[in-house]
Design a protein around this ligand. Structure first.
Ligand SMILES: [Zn+2]
Length: 215
């Protein structure tokens, strides 16, 4: 109790001297966290061409910054905010019946280091708006592969081979699975996850991400 009180008091003081401002436009924030309502509304949509994956936002400087802060600067709330906004934009186009959201799992070592799974945070926001439940039991990351960021397309496919394992569950095989990731680059990770799901009888799925990175 005391520590929460002190934390809150410190936050009030910092807010007084350094009022929170929007990460994108720099405007002071009222009650929002990190991003103002205008910047959130102005996030540009991505033009999707793929039938098996869906990226919601265009990969521009704003999204790059938000994803970077989400993954490397201990700001899990950004995942939740983005997920909620994704849900708002997609709500009327999605089949929500018999659907589940599966966050791309992190290996327990990376999870411990980051403290949270960023894809899970995105799912939480998305779930709140869409009502689609989150399933964290079906897929596991059994291998802590090195980051995909610095690899080319060919090595990326190799780097993700066999990294996921499947855990039997009661989940109906006809369930529409929405695999959620922060960023899709070559699609190697989501392809690997979807092949594991396919091998276990799940054939209805697509990958959804905040954005598609172009490099
Ligand atoms: Zn703003």
């Amino acid at each position: 109790m005391i520590s929460a009180y002190i934390k809150n008091a410190i936050k009030c003081l910092t807010d007084l001297f350094f009022p929170p401002s929007c990460m994108i436009c720099g405007e002071y924030l009222d009650h929002e966290m990190y991003i103002c309502q205008d910047c959130l509304k102005n996030l540009e949509l991505h033009k999707n061409e793929s039938k098996t994956s869906l990226s919601v936002f265009a990969y521009n400087e704003s999204i790059k910054l938000l994803i970077h802060e989400l993954k490397y600067n201990n700001r899990p709330e950004i995942g939740y905010i983005l997920g909620k906004e994704m849900g708002k934009r997609l709500k009327e186009y999605l089949i929500t019946e018999n659907a589940v959201l599966i966050p791309v799992p992190l290996h327990k070592k990376r999870l411990r280091k980051r403290g949270y799974n960023q894809s899970e945070k995105i799912c939480e926001g998305f779930s709140e708006v869409s009502g689609i439940k989150i399933n964290k039991e079906l897929l596991f990351r059994r291998i802590n592969n090195i980051s995909q960021t610095k690899l080319n397309a060919l090595s990326r496919a190799d780097n993700v081979k066999g990294i996921f394992s499947f855990s039997e569950s009661e989940l109906d095989k006809e369930t529409h699975i929405i695999l959620v990731d922060d960023l899709i680059t070559t699609g190697a990770t989501s392809k690997e996850a979807s092949s594991v799901l396919k091998n276990n009888g799940f054939n209805n799925f697509f990958a959804m991400s905040v954005a598609t990175s172009t490099k």
